[in-house]
Design a protein around this ligand. Structure first.
Ligand code: MN
Length: 241
């Protein structure tokens, strides 16, 4: 039998499993990508699946990691890119959930330098004045496999994320963070939707983005209503798989 999670809140574990299913069902992750939560009783640990497709994750697949991204007590293979999670949780005590994906509509905004991903509608106010872009070449030069495969790269990514809610990874994907698991799932879904809409708008002409004030107000508003989306997404995802 796999190791059990020491003393994590069973509701948190159940929600993390649901988040894996939702992110697949909503087109944020496919065979790749991952979602973690900070441990509710040990803030210096996080919970993340073993290396497998998110849609297939069950509670038995979850592993507890310390912030160095070493398993607390587990022999199973973790994701190569788990350092994304460990170093963001270390750098951002306010962050309770981290989602890394290669969601397709966001990718162009990571490779075109002068068109930042910015909120085009109220649902993505969390993007503020735009998501920064992490350039892996700044850390390891031009020959990497693009993956955040060690602590040093995770630290570099966390630095570019800064105090924000999302960071794009040039030629790779993106990572979103939040103060709750549900909020972070919401952000991952709407980062993808916003990217799709922004690309469509840019084809039409000059885009009128939300102001910083509109983005902040809309973001606060959405945080108060996102359970409505969560309930829908969870019901649909669990029925589908
Ligand atoms: Mn990746």
């Amino acid at each position: 039998m796999p190791m059990m999670l020491s003393d994590a809140d069973p509701t948190l574990v159940e929600e993390l499993v649901a988040a894996n299913r939702i992110l697949f069902d909503q087109g944020v992750v496919d065979g790749f990508g991952h979602v973690s939560v900070r441990h509710d009783k040990h803030p210096d640990r996080y919970i993340l699946s073993r290396s497998m497709a998110p849609a297939l994750v069950t509670a038995a697949d979850l592993i507890e990691f310390n912030l160095d991204s070493s398993p607390v007590s587990d022999q199973r293979q973790g994701y190569l890119e788990r350092f994304i999670h460990g170093e963001i949780f270390r750098a951002r005590p306010d962050v309770m959930c981290v989602i890394h994906s290669h969601s397709p509509s966001v990718i162009p905004f990571g490779i075109v330098e002068d068109v930042p991903l910015r909120p085009v509608f109220h649902m993505s106010g969390f993007l503020g004045l735009g998501a920064p872009i992490f350039e892996i070449r700044d850390i390891v030069g031009p020959g990497s496999d693009m993956l955040i495969r060690d602590r040093n790269l995770g630290i570099g990514l966390a630095k570019v994320l800064g105090a924000g809610g999302a960071v794009l990874m040039r030629g790779h994907g993106s990572t979103v963070v939040g103060q709750t698991l549900r909020q972070t799932v919401y952000r991952a879904v709407y980062a993808e939707v916003n990217a799709r809409l922004q690309a469509e708008a840019l084809r039409l002409g000059k885009v009128n983005y939300l102001t910083a004030e509109e983005a902040a107000a809309a973001s606060a508003m959405n945080d108060s209503t996102l359970n409505r989306a969560w309930d829908l997404w969870k019901t649909k995802a669990l029925a589908a798989h």
